[in-house]
Write a protein that binds this ligand. Structure first.
Ligand code: FAD
Length: 137
């Protein structure tokens, strides 16, 4: 069972949806950044990830808005403002994409991975929250 936040609809596990918005900028990224930068600007935490493809990923908001995937003007402004404070040269990049996703957060603050409670033949992997890709191995 690896249905993300929807796993909670199928099994009795305390996983809930948490909204996140993220931006992708495009252009001569390698002349600005060659490694990931994380920082704070006016209390907003942001990370910038240069990709070999020429994209700069700017993330991410954390919003307790359930499974909503609306891209909002406020989040785009917040992320851009913080990103440009950290790397002013990014203002010349193209704003290629703004998107919203939903991460699964386990209320026990750890991933739900292992045999499903009360289900002898069901294994579950969800609740990885913001580290689902990082924790995959
Ligand atoms: C904005 C944002 C930024 C993030 N950044 C990072 C990052 O930098 N690094 C990192 O490690 N993680 C990051 N994450 C977290 C990461 O995306 C998730 O932890 C990861 O996607 C979880 O993978 P998953 O396969 O468990 O669930 P999901 O990716 O949610 O996949 C679940 C799948 O199950 C399907 N499904 C649901 N219900 C059913 C059903 N009933 N039947 C069949 N299929 C079903 C869904 O359609 C979906 O395809 C980010 C998340 C967000 C929202």
């Amino acid at each position: 069972m690896a249905a993300g936040w929807r796993s909670a609809e199928l099994l009795d596990i305390p996983v809930r949806p948490v909204k996140g918005q993220i931006l992708r900028l495009r252009g001569d990224v390698s002349s600005l950044l060659t490694r990931t930068v994380r920082g704070l600007s006016h209390g907003v935490s942001v990370y910038l990830v240069p990709r070999a493809s020429g994209e700069l990923v700017v993330g991410a908001t954390v919003e307790e808005r359930g499974a909503d995937t609306t891209v909002t003007a406020g989040a785009v402004r917040e992320l851009l403002s913080a990103a440009l404070d950290l790397v002013p040269g990014a203002s010349e990049l193209e704003l290629h994409e703004a998107s919203a996703g939903v991460a699964a957060r386990d209320t026990r603050q750890c991933a739900a991975a292992g045999r499903a409670p009360g289900e002898a033949d069901v294994w579950v992997a969800t609740g990885h929250y913001r580290n689902g890709i990082l924790s995959r191995p």
